[in-house]
Design a protein around this ligand. Structure first.
Ligand SMILES: [Fe+2]
Ligand SMILES: [Fe+2]
Length: 189
């Protein structure tokens, strides 16, 4: 298997400067969250480094990657690169770097949509993607503060922000995102 630095170099060639900076920010935030919540730091760093590795592929290429794989995607996921890049990124990570760690692969897959029964690693990557140092949106500081106090409550706020944003933009909400949100809400009670 390639070293972290070698993978980092390859990943940097698959994306523009801005997204690579974001990726390194996610690695930084995922490292901090992993330490805070007793998650394997090496797994968190690897999943963070790879989470957006397919984000800049044309949608057609993402679809081809998924269709040539053993994995399945529903029509809604297949039609939207904002959703599909998680699964496509997981397949790319598995294919290009022979990553076999199922926890790492799953965290890459679900980093945007979320799902029901997210692992702590899934939550760390989902949240790090939101709060990494380059992120700047209304409410990001509150989310950063909450992320230091309560992982589930912070993930819930992340879901709520996403869903609110989608509603305001009159965009469709992926059903699994709603189920994931309701699931983590239960954990917050
Ligand atoms: Fe992403
Ligand atoms: Fe990202």
């Amino acid at each position: 298997m390639l070293s972290f630095d070698e993978i980092e170099h390859r990943v940097s060639q698959w994306m523009g400067k801005k997204r690579f900076k974001h990726t390194l920010g996610v690695v930084e935030s995922a490292t901090q969250l992993a330490k805070l919540y007793n998650v394997d730091v090496e797994k968190a760093r690897l999943a963070a480094l790879l989470h957006d590795c397919a984000k800049e592929m044309p949608l057609k290429d993402m679809q081809a990657l998924v269709e040539a794989s053993k994995y399945e995607a529903d029509d809604e996921l297949l039609a939207n690169g904002n959703l599909l890049h998680g699964l496509a990124g997981m397949i790319r990570a598995e294919k290009e770097f022979s990553i076999t760690d199922l926890e790492v692969l799953e965290a890459i897959r679900v980093h945007t949509t979320g799902k029901v029964h997210m692992s702590k690693l899934d939550k760390v990557i989902f949240l790090a993607d939101y709060i990494e140092p380059n992120r700047d949106f209304p409410g990001v500081d509150e989310l950063r503060r909450l992320a230091e106090q309560d992982l589930d409550k912070a993930v819930l706020l992340g879901f709520d922000n996403t869903i609110n944003h989608l509603i305001k933009q009159h965009l469709s909400i992926y059903p699994l995102t709603i189920l994931g949100r309701n699931d983590v809400l239960q954990s917050c009670k």
